[in-house]
Ligand binder design. Structure first.
Ligand code: UT7
Length: 329
């Protein structure tokens, strides 16, 4: 009796998209100052490492940015849109309550059939989506999956709250994950702890034709900071162990890009040199679910991450959610 060959999933293409409008810290500080909100380039750089962010126009919705990133990922993979049989969009800023952003991307790409749905795990959304796609490929439910992180957080920011509005930006990143006989995703671990739901939330809703609650992002920054540093270290170790490897086997760390101090602390706790940590928060700010695929695309295109490298992707954010995926490129 012959056993059927084992199926793995591999990342075969990446892509990204940023809005046209770039806003550096000095410009943002001047705009906020004009409305009585005091901040400065110095404060933002010292506390977060952020130097600039991209802000979407009304036309640049999450589905529009996600579609652009997806096209690039499909092209890089050498595939055609018609090859895609699964679309997962990780977003907390969907175009609509429904239909899902994934269905809007599917239509824009001219794809019919196959599954398409959104995943809502805030800044951990991309690693959640990648984990689901990996499972669906390994069980034979899909062969070529698009996993997209697409966000327009500028639309849910309270521009009078200097504690949050300077931190976020808009953008999208995408990967194509395909079935393969060679391992790509080596291990994935996801977690959540809803007891901390109040420290990072947008507690608004649409009800009876009106907006109810508080439709702006609120955050207890220090509480999020402390939790993030602890769980990112833990989940990285848990994920390499699940793959039968050690931290020394990681070539690159691509953590959620929220604050350069969190990225540096995670690298230090894991004993990884700073050069192995991919940092894009300086140029993109925090793009929530888009941050990990955006950073991955940057480092693949500039040649740092190459075939054969082992890359630890990590998400952490509202929910409270966190997770990691160890992938061999
Ligand atoms: O994507 C989800 C994950 N999110 C995160 O990981 C965010 C995690 N948290 C953080 O990155 C940091 O906590 C922040 C960057 C949000 C804040 O940094 P912090 O060092 O914790 O500052 P803080 O909140 O303790 O504020 C320090 C001071 C305060 O003034 P006083 O009370 O000391 O006089 C704030 O009012 O800085 C003030 N401040 C600002 N000043 C200038 C807060 N925001 C600003 C600002 N510009 N934009």
């Amino acid at each position: 009796m012959t056993s059927s060959p084992r199926v793995y999933s591999r990342i075969v293409g990446t892509g990204s998209a940023l809005p046209e409008r770039l806003v550096d810290n000095a410009t943002l500080a001047a705009e906020l100052g004009a409305r009585g909100v005091e901040t400065s380039d110095d404060w933002i750089v010292a506390r977060t490492g952020i130097r600039q962010r991209y802000i979407a126009s009304p036309e640049e919705s999450s589905s529009v940015l996600g579609t652009r990133a997806a096209r690039m990922a499909i092209e890089t993979a050498g595939l055609a849109p018609g090859d895609i049989d699964l679309i997962i969009v990780a977003t907390s800023t969907p175009d609509f309550v429904f239909p899902s952003t994934a269905c809007l991307v599917q239509r824009a790409l001219g794809i019919v059939g196959g599954a398409a749905f959104d995943v809502q795990a805030v800044c951990s959304g991309f690693v959640y989506g990648l984990t689901v796609a990996d499972a669906m490929i390994r069980t034979g439910s899909a062969r070529h999956a698009l996993v997209i992180g697409a966000e327009t957080f500028s639309r849910i920011l309270d521009w009078n709250d200097r504690g949050t509005c300077v931190l976020f930006g808009d953008g999208a990143g995408a990967v194509v994950l395909s079935a393969s006989d060679r391992p790509g995703i080596l291990a994935a671990k996801l977690h959540a702890d809803g007891r901390h739901e109040a420290i990072l939330r947008t507690a608004g809703n649409v009800s009876h034709g009106s907006i109810t609650g508080h439709p702006f992002l609120t955050m207890d920054g220090q509480a999020v900071f402390k939790l993030a540093v602890g769980v990112l270290d833990e989940v990285a170790r848990e994920t390499v162990a699940a793959a039968g490897l050690t931290v020394a086997d990681i070539d690159w760390l691509v953590p959620h890009q929220a604050n350069v101090r969190i990225l540096q602390a995670t690298g230090r706790r894991l004993g990884l040199p700073a050069e192995k940590v991919i940092v894009t928060v300086d140029r993109h700010a925090n793009t929530s679910a888009a941050s990990v695929p955006l950073a991955l695309d940057v480092a693949m295109r500039d040649g740092r991450i190459r075939e054969g490298h082992r890359v630890m992707l990590q998400g952490v954010g509202g929910g409270f959610t966190w997770g990691a995926v160890l992938v061999q490129i």
